[in-house]
Design a protein around this ligand. Structure first.
Ligand code: NAP
Length: 276
């Protein structure tokens, strides 16, 4: 298929070989949009994305963003995420940036949320940040793995408005291809907040098994993380998330995604039916 650039040029996708970025790339491809993917390892990226995706070899810190109409800005939580992303924002020229930010409730309340907040503050008029809540597929992977072994799972979390990664990708795609953007950062969530008991109930309904959600204390969770081989940095930022999700910080549901896409957000039940 011939790929059609936006009127003022193609899209530069960063983080396109990662978990969310791959879905964005698949969507742009299906829509026939003109885009290139920034990668530090073109050989690996071609294996991951397929040989027909146009690549730009480089790093956030040294890529030349000239000639692009829009940039999708995503990179993993890393000690230098603020420096990396703001370096690209400073050099973006006429390209308008759509930044994948942290969850709304982490901003000002956690290591990574504070980093995302500083990056958002560096965005220019006409750029936009998107703030998705907790990603269903990542956050529930542990529960799914435990239920493959038995009828119980452990969780330290309170109610969470999990959002399906496919919905985030659809929202990102809609925004990347839209002529105008909203004035404020869209706060994207799933359709309802589910706590441990609600997740257990759903899993029981889907599997027909007597599933139990067993409470896990923050102390026990931190101890598990400490022996998992995670670096002190990873332990620190995951510890922040765990503390926030233990309460009801991540419970708020917004109508932003349905308004943006003109359809309801996917429910956790849809995902669990696919994987349990
Ligand atoms: N998981 C959640 O619940 C959640 C919620 C809200 C926000 N977020 C945000 O989502 C982001 C992570 O997304 P993800 O899990 O999809 O990412 P990911 O899979 O960990 O990685 C995305 C890609 O980033 C690229 N990358 C890494 N360092 C780079 C650099 N220095 N320069 C250029 N590219 C670089 C890598 O591509 P190459 O190897 O090809 O270069 C990698 O494939 C974070 O910013 C996080 O705060 C996550």
């Amino acid at each position: 298929m011939r790929h059609q650039d936006l009127p003022d040029g193609p899209i530069l996708v960063t983080g396109g070989t990662g978990r969310l970025g791959r879905l964005v790339v698949a969507g742009l491809r299906a829509r026939g949009a003109g885009f290139r993917v920034l990668t530090r390892d073109a050989e690996r990226a071609a294996r991951v994305l397929g040989p027909d995706v146009a690549l730009v070899q480089g790093d956030l810190a040294d890529v030349d963003p000239g000639g692009f109409a829009r940039i999708f800005l995503l990179s993993p939580i890393a000690p230098d995420i603020v420096e990396q992303q703001t370096a690209l924002i400073r050099r973006a020229g006429r390209a308008r940036i759509l930044k994948l930010s942290g969850s709304d409730w982490t901003l000002g309340a956690s290591w990574s949320g504070n980093a995302h907040q500083r990056i958002e503050a560096a965005l220019r008029p006409g750029d936009l940040a998107v703030r998705p809540s907790v990603w269903t597929q990542g956050a529930l992977a542990g529960m799914v793995a435990q239920l493959a072994q038995g009828d119980s799972f452990t969780s330290s979390r309170g109610p969470i408005a999990y959002i399906d990664m496919r919905d985030i990708a659809d929202a990102v795609l809609a925004l990347l291809l839209a002529e105008t953007w909203p004035a404020n950062p869209p706060v994207l969530t799933g359709p309802r907040a589910l706590d441990r008991a609600a997740l257990a109930g759903l899993a029981a309904e889907i599997t027909g098994r007597p599933i139990r959600g067993v409470p896990l204390s923050l102390e026990d969770q931190a101890a598990q993380l400490a022996t998992s081989g995670a670096s002190p940095f990873v332990q620190h930022y995951l510890g922040d998330f765990a503390r926030l999700m233990h309460g009801d910080a991540a419970a708020a549901v917004t109508g932003t995604l349905p308004a943006l896409l003109g359809r309801p957000a996917r429910d956790v039940a849809d995902y669990l039916r696919e994987v349990l």
